[in-house]
Design a protein around this ligand. Structure first.
Ligand SMILES: Cc1cc2nc3c(=O)[nH]c(=O)nc-3n(C[C@H](O)[C@H](O)[C@H](O)COP(=O)(O)OP(=O)(O)OC[C@H]3O[C@@H](n4cnc5c(N)ncnc54)[C@H](O)[C@@H]3O)c2cc1C
Length: 351
């Protein structure tokens, strides 16, 4: 049996462990958390992530616990929609449900070790770094210069046990901040982001919730109502970090997947989705090809695509969180909306 050590039993690590062929590999997952987390907000599952969930065998169960996101609008701070996007079959799954389902798909033959890995595991098998944005494995194999980068942004997220109506769903772009809300299992989830000097670690969610209430006081009523109802216990707050653009996700017999490879700004909501796709792609290649070929093919298939998404997320983040350029951005988006409205009226009068 070939041995594979997966460091990190989060979304990427569990998905990989679920898909590796147990007849061929002796797999060990190292996870520092003793239990699955109990607080977490929702993650939008794009079609490629849904295909990955199908491959893992949990798509049906994931759909059953997750509402379809439906259409949502990008809005100005007052709540007027600029652009409305149809989410199609996309659904929003709670991170807790996703981790639970992935965990249940991991075969019993996989060894689970609890504890924080400090360095590359010392056996001569393949090592997979699935240990998130602050990956110990990336730093051990790629060097100190591959350490995560702190962005100037903070993310505050939470859930509420009441439904959200379609006329307020979407993302509100203000001056240097954004606020979003969507349906989730049993209610809604919401998130806010803006520049902050707090942290970077151990940020107090009570203080940040207070700060957010003041910051968003001039926003649409729906935003104010959500923040008024939010409680610190049902909130997660963190500074956002990203991973550096690597020339390769593979070094010798070490390979990176998920946020360890490409943590990006969450503006496109793709990080978890791409982590699932990484895991399934790598597993299927390792299951069918010699290791060196599988690793080369994985790097070819995943590096440039995820790099493009990281760059696109950063570009969208600059627009969504624009400060100095906010008046210009708003004028352009207002113009685009008026042109679209006029075209719709024109089509109506010809019909
Ligand atoms: C504010 C915000 C909103 C987001 N929204 C979305 C969204 O809507 N859609 C989406 O697709 N993505 C979203 N993402 C991104 C998504 O959360 C990540 O891309 C995803 O969690 C990456 O999964 P992962 O398994 O690679 O890493 P992680 O989720 O970070 O998991 C890493 C695991 O490794 C463990 N670990 C870490 N270090 C060690 C160690 N040394 N030893 C042992 N174990 C270790 C950790 O405990 C953890 O369980 C968002 C991210 C943020 C910050």
């Amino acid at each position: 049996m070939e041995t594979i050590s997966i460091v990190g039993g989060g979304i990427a690590g569990l998905a990989l462990a679920a898909c590796l062929d147990p007849a061929r590999f002796q797999v060990t997952v190292y996870e520092k958390r003793p239990e699955l987390p109990t607080v977490g907000t929702a993650l939008g599952m794009w079609p490629n992530a849904q295909r990955a969930l199908d491959r893992i065998g949990v798509l049906g169960a994931a759909r059953a616990v997750s509402p379809v996101i439906g259409s949502g609008s990008v809005r100005n701070a007052a709540g007027e929609p600029w652009v409305t996007v149809d989410g199609g079959e996309m659904f929003g799954i709670s991170r807790i449900d996703l981790l639970r389902l992935l965990d249940s798909a991991v075969p019993g033959t996989v060894r689970r070790l609890t504890g924080q890995v400090q360095a590359l595991p010392a056996d001569d098998g393949l090592v997979v770094g699935a240990d998130g944005v602050h990956s110990v494995i990336r730093r051990a194999a790629w060097g100190a210069r591959s350490a995560a980068t702190l962005t100037p942004y903070l993310a505050l997220r939470g859930t509420l046990p009441f439904p959200v109506t379609p006329d307020v769903v979407g993302e509100y772009w203000g001056r240097g901040d954004l606020f979003g809300m969507a349906a989730s299992n049993g209610g809604m989830f919401w998130y806010a982001s803006y520049r902050s000097g707090r942290g970077p670690y151990g940020i107090d969610s009570t203080a940040v919730l207070e700060e957010a209430r003041e910051r968003f006081a001039g926003h649409a009523q729906a935003v104010r109502e959500v923040l008024a109802a939010a409680t610190p216990e049902a909130c997660l707050v963190q500074r956002i970090w990203t991973a550096p653009g690597l020339h390769s996700f593979v070094r010798g017999r070490t390979v990176l997947i998920g946020d360890a490879a490409h943590a990006m700004l969450p503006t496109l909501g793709r990080g978890a989705c791409e982590s699932l796709v990484d895991a399934v792609t790598l597993a299927d290649l390792l299951n069918t090809l010699p290791e060196d070929q599988a690793l080369r093919a994985y790097n070819r298939q995943r590096r440039l695509r995820t790099r493009a998404l990281s760059l696109a997320s950063s570009a969208l983040g600059r627009v969504a969180l624009a400060e100095g350029a906010q008046p210009l951005r708003d004028r352009l988006l207002n113009l685009a909306r008026r042109r679209k409205d006029r075209a719709a009226v024109g089509r109506g009068s010809t019909a």
